[in-house]
Design a protein around this ligand. Sequence first.
Ligand code: GTP
Ligand code: MG
Length: 322
Amino acid sequence: MTKQELMMKQKKSEISITDLPGVGAATAEKLESSGFDNLMSIAVASIGSLVDASGVTESAARKIIQYARDNLNMGFETGEEVLERRKQVERIQTGSVMLNQLVGGGFETSAITECFGEFGSGKTQIGHVLAVRCQVENPDAIAIYIDTENTFRPERIRQLAEGAGLDVEKTLKNIRVAKAYNSDHQMLLTEKVEDLIKKEGLNVRVLIVDSLTAHFRAEFIGRGTLAERQQKLNKHMHALSRLADIHNLCVYLTNQVQSDPAQFFGDPTKAVGGHIVAHASTFRIYLRKGKKNSRVAKLIDSPNLPDGEAAFVVETEGLKDL
Ligand code: GTP
Ligand code: MG
């Protein structure tokens, strides 16, 4: 199947919200503002959530969902189609050959890469590097940085841009930073990324969330709140994964570690967020401090790459091999 045929096939399945039975402009607006802005989100919705979002009756909601399901190309692509789509995947290089190799030649677009590790292990540094380095191959690439810990530093971007041989002013202009004040704000900002792409037409290549879990961890304290936190985190991960998929973005998340009292031998640390974050991430990297001020990245989960380790150092100009 040629690329053109593939595009045609995708086009054909595009039915808008207002084409749904019994959905006029007002209902469509209510649905869209609640996040039901495409056929897929409606096809997989529950009747109750659609009723809540739009105020239609239960039987109307049932009809809407059924129609969305009938008209949606619900998945099943041929392996050939997937391969064709995978050709669009870009790989963002870091400056460290070893680290690039570890993740298959660079940090992938159309995927979520999560980096977890203790303080000072280099998670934020990698985020800064990706924001800069996505602009090396593609001068119009835009990086979005959702900063929850107030650790984004334009001064650092300047050094890294110089290190990569890029124009400093332009590099800074191509990075959009937003501070997230709490987890709701963080989720809202994630939704807004879609607007930047669709309405402002920005060529967003990288989305960084640094850190993914800090607010969630601070806001939900105690065992009793765990289920609620995980539910919210799940929703957030879904939104991120959807962005990565639909817009071919490289989503980079940093995550904190907590000690795992069940682990007596080996490294007693594990990532915050549990299975929810683990499953939604395409690549997971565990970062730790190594000898001689180096950093060691360990790939612990990947769909197609062997697990392995890479050592690198953080220098003023960027990441280098040891
Ligand atoms: P937390 O956010 O606290 O969990 O840590 P993190 O994993 O995000 O650590 P971060 O990426 O902020 O790493 C900080 C480390 O990077 C510092 O301790 C330095 O070793 C190194 N680093 C940061 N900036 C520079 C720089 O300009 N030059 C050099 N040589 N090293 C730097
Ligand atoms: Mg950090």
